[in-house]
Design a protein around this ligand. Sequence first.
Ligand code: ADP
Length: 221
Amino acid sequence: MALLLMGPPGGGKGVQSKILSAKYGWPQISTGDLLRQQIKDCTELGLKVENLTKSGQLVPDSIILDMIFERIQQPDCQKGFILDGCPRTLVQGQLLDQHFQSHHIKTVVLVLDVPDEQIKERLLHRIVCEKCGTPYHTKTLPPKQEGICDRCQGNVIKRPDDSDAIISDRLKIYHQQTEPLFEFYSSKGYLTRIDGTLSKEEVSEKIEQVLTHYTCETTCQ
Ligand code: ADP
């Protein structure tokens, strides 16, 4: 199964992906994390995408798709995998869909809906672990020890794209380039929307209900 978690930046995709990954043993594949790792390692790809990611622009589809196709061929993706932050454009969605169909991989798309105002509040106060990606909130959920991740002891930092002007640009891009995918997936019957303003636990519960429904649809027939 390909579980696609979609929604605005800061909508909770990363948090929910981690919960699902721990529960089902499916790897969480975050295109943002993969790109940030390339940048950190100063690879050729990292140098190419650094300015785009830091300014909140999208990375070209071909780069993203090459990265994803290579990753999902790894043995740990055999049973299922979670795509966090991909697709973000219609082209990415269409090409992924062709691939999944030809490989008989079932697709489930979940959209976490959160209004722009709430996203701005979340991202302006978001700090994240550089190493494992765990997000914190400077006011409501700071790490126990300042600057140090509770989970892995990595450095907790402010992402350069979590600044006021760049957040607005990312939201604009999300509405213009990513939202058209919802119609595409909805017409195929893959898409469920979830209220992402609920608590982490409530969102997780709703996702479970949707997944139970899909699993039952596949195995109970
Ligand atoms: P968020 O969901 O918080 O915006 P991510 O960590 O998913 O952040 O992505 C960070 C940046 O990486 C994006 O702003 C964009 O530049 C790039 N990126 C990630 N995924 C994609 C994608 N599927 N297509 C194009 N660019 C992407």
